[in-house]
Design a protein around this ligand. Structure first.
Ligand code: PEP
Ligand code: MN
Length: 326
């Protein structure tokens, strides 16, 4: 918003009034009248209230950058599960890669009793090295679906290329866009055209605005809804695999009121930090947590160091549900 002052009005008291209401203001130089730009991180204040401040001539609302994202309701429905700031926390759990039919059935069997709603797992894997395991592809999609159905879970899995969008949508409840593809606009369009809820992971060097605009692409092109997922951005310190940006999560959840979940597994790259980071994510306003698990992390085909073995996953989820332990 841009607040324009009456000709000759003293800007200092107007600025004080704006700041007192929780607004971050920046004075715009040039022009005949003094103007203040209200920054997007500001508390939301109704336009009539701003117009009532002594010395204010007009309040212009700029064209929003991502109107469809802004209009998403506080809670979106993902295959019958409410997901959002005002809903119960949701959990998306599973292996990094779907390694075999037996593996995914065994994992799904232990998730149901833990209250997990979504089974995750990569069928098509985006691996940094071409020599690493690339996923079992279409076969894995079928295994995910049958394992989820057998244990009352929903499926969320990654769409890696536009050509795969339709067959992934035929098996999955929610289409995941991986970090490396957040700005692959052809892929976003193809995935969105499936008219499913989408899980949009943040690019590892993407600003919040770029992330929200990628979400807007999804909604413009037909996605039923978009849930954002913070998974860590590139930092300078290899102590953790990435830098989990919980400030961005607080911003999306508390200021934009958008459904955002956190994936501390890829954020930290190590399982010992996952209980603390999961608690921190929910405290920051995340509406859910994504976690990687494996029956035997030492033999995992991808991301073993960050996979939680069964006992640690169970303890983590129980801990999150017990307020005293938060
Ligand atoms: C994943 O969740 O399977 C994954 C590959 O994560 P990211 O895209 O965040 O690296
Ligand atoms: Mn992984």
């Amino acid at each position: 918003m841009i607040v324009t002052l009456k000709h000759g009005a003293d800007p200092a008291p107007v600025q004080r009034e704006l700041v007192r209401r929780g607004l971050w203001v920046r004075r715009l130089e040039g022009g005949d009248n003094i103007q203040f730009l209200i920054e997007p991180r500001s508390t939301s204040v109704a336009r009539p209230e701003l117009l009532s401040i002594e010395g204010v001539a007009s309040v212009a609302i700029e064209t929003p950058l991502h109107p469809r994202v802004d209009k998403q309701t506080d809670v979106v429905n993902v295959a019958g599960i409410p997901v959002g700031v005002a809903a119960e926390p949701i959990f998306m759990v599973g292996p990094c890669s779907v390694e075999s039919e037996a593996q995914i059935h065994s994992i799904a069997a232990r998730l149901g009793p833990l209250g997990v709603q979504f089974l995750r797992g990569g069928a098509f894997k985006a691996r940094t090295s071409p020599y690493d395991f690339q996923g079992h592809g279409a076969d894995a999609l079928g295994w995910l679906r049958s394992a989820a159905d057998a244990h009352g879970l929903r499926v969320v899995t990654e769409v890696l290329s536009a050509e795969d969008a339709e067959r992934v949508a035929a098996r999955a409840d929610m289409l995941q866009i991986g970090s490396r593809n957040m700005q692959n606009f052809a892929l976003l369009r193809a995935a969105a055209a499936q008219n499913r809820p989408m899980l949009l992971k943040r690019g590892m060097a993407a600003t919040v605005d770029e992330w929200l605009l990628a979400g807007e692409y999804c909604l413009v092109h037909g996605a039923a809804s978009v849930v954002f997922c913070e998974r860590g951005i590139r930092g300078f310190d290899p102590s953790t695999r990435n830098l989990l940006d919980l400030g961005a999560v607080a911003l999306l959840a508390n200021v934009h009121r958008l459904p955002v979940i956190v994936d501390p597994s890829h954020g930290a790259g190590r399982r010992d930090l996952l209980p603390a980071l999961s608690r921190a994510a929910l405290a920051a306003g995340a509406c859910g947590v994504m976690l990687e698990t494996h029956d035997d992390p030492g033999s995992a085909l991808s991301d073993g160091p960050q996979a939680l073995p069964p006992d640690q996953l169970e303890a983590l989820l129980r801990g999150l549900r017990t307020p005293a332990e938060r």
